[in-house]
Ligand binder design. Structure first.
Ligand SMILES: Nc1ncnc2c1ncn2[C@@H]1O[C@H](COP(=O)(O)OP(=O)(O)OP(=O)(O)O)[C@@H](O)[C@H]1O
Length: 517
């Protein structure tokens, strides 16, 4: 840390400044001297490839981590090296991707969390309650409602409100739009704009260029732990120039050569009949060998639930399926049964059912393929090592090696490992729920190319994604879900963003009983 106690950076416009921040983790230099200035009352975007150092940088700014060297200035005073509590007292709050909300407590109790009196301290609860009620009234969330009943966007709003309520002036949002629908994201953005109007400053991390361009006033781009570009005027940038700053080269977008009923392989794919479960009623769904089908629909529409039924993750009342011309059999009752029949599934919740953080990358990559890699109970360790190495390389995981523990990977690299693991099982039907969430722009396109290649070998793929741009470019057919059933199918040139939005979101907004996330 620079010894700089008496020094100040008096720039009334700048609320936060980082100077030459370096962070080294056990030999890995995650930040190599990064500087940035954040203007008061602005939304400052932070962009960069997976592992570029974004989380590390905001970890230092929020006090979660200590810089190896460098300084942080808040309102002209040095604050680098202070812990989370001290940074929160100074007005800097980090809102992570997981909403830190206590479900059984009421909304108001959640707001007051962290304001309980310390030993011997005094808090005017009456006033706090009044202030909390007032604050919540403004955003239309009932103070006495159980927080567990809140939707994803309300939970994110509540996190931001909690930070503001505790005196937050600089609020850092780490990929806040993951798992939000387009409508929810717009609502969150309106809320941020309103708060910016009241002088709140945001640092906003996202992998989506369009989000940065829409909501931010300025942007800093990290590449390999260093500042790769910055702009105080977002209007001067476009999606291509942002991608170029992130990657250091042009981004070539992948467009699948869409297969039509005429060009699809005649060999039998997979079909499902009469699938009934809570929130699902699908009479008939077939996917051809080598076909990519997108499932679209709001949460509660049944798209995700149907996919989970296929993999044995949801209890079903009825349903059968048949793969590659075999006799129909009942739906898998559990994931291991589904795997055995050649169905693999990538969950949208990497933390819940994805990566095992304490295990190595290598173990994580082959974990689901062990049946195929063993005979008579013995695991073929040579093949196991080869498989792990192959998918490590294929997915472009940025890490020192296969022995690196999953926990020490950046979020996007964890997602690549999870994706590599399901692909490594060599399934006949691959179900991907938000496969490119948290993955940077460059790797996203690689992932789509890889999936395209796999379909050339006959693999059928179902993709669930809230990213409509991706859906349009990468799938052959879209099934739109509402009320648990497939209500519309789009193919070929009918798959456009406008049609998708109208079919999935406008319909859901008008369908009674379709819940928001
Ligand atoms: N606890 C840790 N131990 C060792 N290395 C770490 C640790 N945390 C992060 N790293 C390494 O530091 C580098 C930067 O990671 P960081 O999480 O800051 O990236 P990021 O830009 O946030 O990536 P993503 O977009 O994937 O979330 C990566 O190489 C990562 O593997």
């Amino acid at each position: 840390m620079i010894a700089s106690a008496p020094q100040t950076h008096a720039e009334p416009d700048v609320i936060l400044r980082a100077d030459g921040l370096v962070k080294t983790y056990a030999g890995v230099q995650a930040l190599k001297g990064v500087s940035l200035s954040v203007r008061r009352g602005s939304i400052h975007g932070l962009l960069g490839e997976n592992g570029a150092g974004k989380s590390t940088l905001v970890g230092l700014i929020s006090g979660m981590r200590t810089p190896t060297s460098g300084e942080i200035w808040l309102d002209g005073s040095p604050v680098g090296g202070r812990d989370v509590k001290a940074m929160e007292q100074a007005g800097v709050f980090l809102v992570t991707q997981e909403p830190m909300i206590v479900d059984p407590l009421s909304v108001e109790e959640n707001l007051l969390l962290g304001r309980w009196p310390s030993k011997g301290g005094f808090v005017d609860f009456k006033r706090l309650r009044r202030d909390a009620t007032h604050m919540l009234e403004g955003v239309g969330i009932a103070p006495d409602m159980s927080a567990g009943l809140l939707g994803a966007v309300e939970k994110r709003k509540l996190n931001i409100l909690r930070a503001l309520f505790s005196g937050g002036r600089v609020i850092i949002l780490d990929e806040p739009t993951t798992s939000l629908t387009v409508a929810d994201r717009n609502q969150l953005f309106d809320f941020m704009r309103e708060l910016r109007g009241r002088g709140v400053t945001f640092i906003f991390i996202s992998h989506y260029n369009e989000e940065i361009l829409e909501i931010c006033d300025a942007v800093s781009v990290l590449r390999d732990g260093a500042l790769a570009g910055e702009s105080a005027d977002i209007a001067a940038l476009n999606s291509d120039s942002l991608s170029e700053m992130v990657l250091g080269r042009d981004l070539s977008l992948f467009h699948r050569r869409k297969r039509t009923p005429e060009t699809l392989s005649p060999s039998p794919g997979v079909y499902f009949r009469d699938v009934r479960a809570a929130g699902v009623a699908v009479a008939d769904f077939s996917i051809a060998a080598g076909e990519i089908v997108g499932f679209a629909g709001l949460p509660g529409s049944g798209a995700k639930d149907f996919a989970r039924c296929m993999f044995g993750l949801e209890p079903t009342e009825s349903g059968s399926f048949a793969i590659a011309g075999q006799e129909p059999i009942p739906l898998p009752a559990a994931p291991h049964e589904a795997f055995r029949h050649g169905i693999a599934y990538l969950s949208d919740d990497r933390r819940r059912d994805g990566l095992v953080g304490i295990r190595s990358i290598g173990d994580n990559l082959v974990m689901s393929s062990l049946d195929a890699l063993s005979s008579l109970g013995w695991i073929d360790t040579r093949r196991e090592g080869e498989t792990a190495q192959r998918y490590f390389r294929q997915m472009g995981v940025k890490a020192p090696g296969l022995a690196t523990p999953g926990d020490s990977l950046s979020g996007g690299n964890q997602q690549k490992v999870c994706l590599g693991r399901v692909i490594a099982t060599g399934p006949k039907l691959l179900i991907l729920d938000e496969p490119t969430r948290g993955i940077d722009v460059g790797v996203k396109e690689d992932v789509h190319r890889q999936i395209d290649t796999l379909t050339g070998q006959g693999m059928s793929v179902i993709v669930i994604t809230t990213d409509l741009d991706e859906m349009v470019r990468t799938v052959d057919r879209v099934c739109v879900f509402s009320g648990g059933a497939i209500v519309e199918t789009l193919i070929g040139s009918d798959i456009t963003k406008e049609r998708l939005r109208a079919a999935a979101f406008d319909r859901a907004a008008n369908t009674p009983g379709t819940s928001q996330p």
